[in-house]
Write a protein that binds this ligand. Structure first.
Ligand SMILES: Cc1cc2nc3c(=O)[nH]c(=O)nc-3n(C[C@H](O)[C@H](O)[C@H](O)COP(=O)(O)OP(=O)(O)OC[C@H]3O[C@@H](n4cnc5c(N)ncnc54)[C@H](O)[C@@H]3O)c2cc1C
Length: 402
């Protein structure tokens, strides 16, 4: 690989790395920006293995980056898609409480949504049935600003815009480690070394590793949580008009098994949230010794398992038993016929877990000397990607200015 001097190397060609690179070409006009991704194609991991939802920002802690960047990102991402002709819409969604305990939690979601400035409507079961005729609930929340978007297409478009602004996007190049030099970094890659003034990590499932191998302490390890989907075929698919979500368990960052009709008109149930034995373990039997070892030696893993073994086991049961998975979907729409639900795709979430076994909630940036690593960018980071990119690029621009 050429050792020509580069201003900023961004590791990770997912939606967040590419949004960051694009923002860098704007905020540091004239700087040379290079994006590296280890896969032969861009957006090969979380960006193309998700529910495809533009999250409105109802769930997140008011004042957090997630809340601010999701609320703003939902609008901005929709506008971005409109301007570039990328498939998307604002179809709205229904969050349904199926018993009295969930009703109380639903009230909490409504309160949080309003605190985040998101318009929601509290609906009676009759009103909910006007939107989704087949849901069973004691109460529901309608979120009109929720939408759907083709995040992989957004990522490809961002890459085109980076290239159009004289940036470089390279696939099939893995960043192995970064070593500080007098002028910045020497980055060892699978295709040889390159030198850069600034290193930005947006490496998703490997973000903590890249940070550690470049001298930063992410104070967390990425644990991979596989999310499996069931495909819902006719006639059950007709029972789902749009997006139907359960009330999430406030202890987790995951939203629970939901029913979604995608932009391609296909209906899915899911995803589960099962600790995977490989960071890119899209199938149950995939095991990576290196990934298992990094989980095993991190003190937070045992503490997480001790703290969440009960819900963890029910997620595992859902993953192993189609009947249990189907039951979760049928809590929302009881008339779904188990015979119409078959195994579908899966994604793996990159979730940072701290030393105490806590699931890191907010997007997390680890800043070092001429480096910045985004070490926690779980959902809704696809929705929020443009804002995250600008935030990261702004910090890099500040460092260049100082
Ligand atoms: C099942 C599931 C459902 C989800 N649903 C939604 C949703 O509906 N809405 C929403 O907003 N978000 C959702 N998310 C979250 C969203 O997909 C992610 O937050 C987002 O895609 C993160 O983007 P990223 O660019 O950080 O990561 P990624 O897309 O994973 O990109 C990281 C990239 O880094 C590359 N890479 C890693 N290490 C290296 C290295 N050493 N050298 C070179 N390249 C490297 C990888 O190949 C990869 O392409 C979901 C996620 C999952 C898994």
């Amino acid at each position: 690989m050429s050792t020509a001097r580069i201003d900023v190397v961004v590791v990770g060609g997912g939606i967040v790395g590419l949004a960051t690179a694009r923002a860098l070409t704007v905020q540091l006009a004239g700087a040379s920006v290079v994006v590296l991704d280890k896969e032969p194609t861009l957006a090969a991991h979380q960006t193309s293995h998700n529910s495809g939802i533009l999250h409105a920002g109802i769930y997140y802690q008011p004042g957090s980056l997630k809340a601010r960047l999701a609320v703003e990102g939902c609008e901005r991402m929709a506008d971005f898609c409109t301007e570039r002709g990328i498939a998307h819409d604002r179809c709205g969604k229904l969050v349904v409480a199926t018993d009295e305990t969930e009703r109380t939690r639903l009230d909490g979601v409504a309160e949080r949504a309003r605190a985040n400035g998101v318009t929601v409507a509290e609906l009676s079961p009759g009103e909910a049935a006007e939107l989704e005729a087949h849901v069973r609930c004691v109460a529901a929340l309608h979120v009109p600003s929720t939408g759907r978007a083709d995040f992989a297409a957004v990522a490809r478009t961002l890459a085109e815009e980076v290239r159009a602004a004289s940036g470089t996007v390279r696939t099939g190049v893995e960043a192995l480690r970064g070593t500080p030099t007098a002028g910045g970094w020497r980055i060892e890659t699978s295709k040889g070394p390159l030198d850069a003034r600034f290193l930005v990590g947006c490496a998703g499932l490997h973000s903590d590793r890249l940070a550690r191998r470049s001298g930063s302490d992410p104070r967390a390890v990425i644990l991979p949580f596989r999310g499996e989907y069931l495909e819902v075929s006719e006639p059950s698919a007709s029972l789902v008009r749009g997006l139907i979500y359960p009330v999430p368990d406030p202890r987790f960052p995951f939203l629970g098994v939901h029913l979604t009709r995608g932009l391609d008109d296909r209906v899915h149930a899911g995803p589960t949230a099962v600790l995977a034995l490989a960071r890119e373990g899209y199938r149950r039997h995939e095991v990576s010794a290196r990934d298992v070892l990094s989980m095993a030696i991190w003190p937070g893993t045992a503490r997480l398992v001790a703290r969440y073994w009960r819900p963890g086991l029910s997620e595992l049961a859902r993953s192993l038993s189609r009947r249990r998975f189907t039951e979760a979907a049928r809590r929302l729409v009881p008339d779904l016929d188990a015979a119409d639900l078959s195994p579908g795709t899966a994604g793996v979430r990159a979730q940072a877990v701290d030393r105490s076994g806590g699931l890191v909630d907010d997007f997390t940036l680890v800043e070092g000397e001429r480096s910045l690593h985004l070490v926690n960018a779980p959902s809704p980071a696809a929705t929020a990607a443009l804002g995250i990119g600008e935030l990261v690029a702004g910090r890099v621009a500040e460092a260049f200015g100082s």
